[in-house]
Design a protein around this ligand. Structure first.
Ligand code: SF4
Length: 247
């Protein structure tokens, strides 16, 4: 879902993110500060453009297919489902197991993923995409998604945010790595999720925020060789220029 927007990140890399507060004890970076800085870094990025898929059910299948593989492989598997007319929940739920496995083979783990897709399809067939957005209802839906075998926290939160369009956030590896470097300490999945949601972002902002973090993590704050020189967050980052030296 990300590769078609890497140009947006590169184009925005030189953008002025001047409202990032410097790291001081009195003015710690907030998630809102981070959101603003990343939005300035890639001003043309949109959640829909980042996904490259408008259909909510195709997004749901993509969320499962991308587990433990690259998006390019998940996309090929999704094309396999499309070619066999298996992208609607009612079609996928009752599809022949072997046919689903064959369609999604490029994504790897195809037996487990085919079973998860069929279970998720059954769930989505009986669950309207329009859902109440109060906190208790969202939490109940999250628990129901997590009860589906093969759906973990990252998958459930991605489904909530990009399929149901509800307030949710994904504390994935990109987000935790960036947070660790910016704030100088480790973050757990749930801590990231709760901290971002506590700052009162709108759903559209949350959807863009995650896309921005992923693209920034691929282009600038990379796992092994972050581009700290010229990074728009360097002034606020606890580990600017020190990631290689530290590990
Ligand atoms: S300064 Fe370096 S480590 Fe810090 S956010 Fe930027 S790229 Fe990542």
């Amino acid at each position: 879902m990300a590769e078609n927007n890497r140009a947006a990140g590169r184009a925005g890399a030189a953008a002025d993110a001047g409202d990032v507060p410097a790291k001081t004890a009195r003015a710690p970076l907030t998630w809102r500060d981070l959101y603003r800085a990343l939005a300035a870094w890639a001003p043309d990025l949109t959640p829909d453009g980042w996904w490259g898929i408008a259909d909510p059910y195709e997004r749901a299948w993509g969320t499962v297919l991308v587990q433990n593989t690259a998006w390019t492989n998940a996309k090929r598997a999704l094309e396999g489902l499309r070619a066999r007319g298996l992208t609607a929940p009612d079609a996928l739920e009752v599809a022949d197991r072997a046919a689903v496995e064959k369609a999604i083979r490029p994504a790897g783990y195809y037996r487990q993923k085919a079973a998860t897709l069929r279970r998720l399809a059954a769930f989505l067939r009986r669950t309207p995409l329009e859902q109440p957005c109060d906190a208790a209802s969202v939490e109940a839906l999250r628990r129901a998604l997590l009860a589906i075998k093969g759906v973990g926290e990252e998958t459930a939160d991605t489904l909530l945010l990009y399929v149901f369009r509800l307030p949710a956030f994904i504390g994935d590896a990109y987000t935790r790595r960036l947070a660790e470097r910016l704030w100088g300490r480790p973050f757990a999945y749930g801590e990231v999720r709760r901290a971002v949601l506590a700052e009162g972002f709108a759903v559209d902002e949350l959807a863009l925020f995650h896309a921005l973090i992923v693209e920034f993590g691929k282009d600038v704050c990379r796992k092994n060789a972050p581009r700290c020189a010229g990074c728009p967050l360097a002034a606020a980052c606890q580990l600017a220029g020190r990631v290689g030296a530290r590990r």
